[in-house]
Design a protein around this ligand. Sequence first.
Ligand SMILES: *Cc1c(COP(=O)(O)O)cnc(C)c1O
Length: 235
Amino acid sequence: MTSITKCIEQVRKRIADAAIRAEREVSEIQLLAVSKTRSANDIRVAAASNIFNFGENYLQEAQEKISQVCLPGLKWHFIGRLQRNKTQQVANRFDWVHSVDRIEIAKRLSMHRDIQLPPLNICLQVNIDDEVTKSGFKIKELSDTVEQVIELPQLVLRGLMAIPASKTAEIDQRKSFSRLRHAQAEINNRLDSRDKLDTLSMGMSQDLESAILEGATIVRVGSDIFGPRLKATTN
Ligand SMILES: *Cc1c(COP(=O)(O)O)cnc(C)c1O
């Protein structure tokens, strides 16, 4: 067994244990393997353990790997900071974008998404701890933003995503995730049933248990699957 295979088993066990603590069905929680900086071969190894969803942060790196991996049934999620001049390629290469952090990006993704393709799944990124170094909407901006985004024809607004400030104590981690859960509930109160948000993309290697306890439906795990990141890549 390769170490990636073993690590995936361990992460799945953590997800299952957290689901039990949270009294949730484990099937509600999707594991997104964050493969930034990792090789196409590492992705194939993970796919052999029935990982079908992969997260990438850098367009150029992702494009190369998407064409190299070439396995049917994989879903690609863009989770990195998105520049406006990259929206056309991201809109058509990926199945999901978790990191929509301004309305202009949402409009451009919708405009560029090929009408032959199903609408692009998106999450709005929320700057949940109001950090100057992080992008994302403020909670109080969400209501107006949601109203505009649900009108965009080639997008499906699935939910909210956050990368909280790094904290070690579970109680502190849960506070940030709980804010995201409440923001989603408040939005859903006002949406028609067909528009309701079903996704909370939150939780990474360090804090996936806390995220699951607060309702995460997608956890994004990189280093605890693939090991420490190899190199910094850029766009
Ligand atoms: C890199 C990254 C992850 C994975 O982080 P790990 O700590 O390696 O699990 C998750 N989400 C986003 C947005 C990332 O950039």
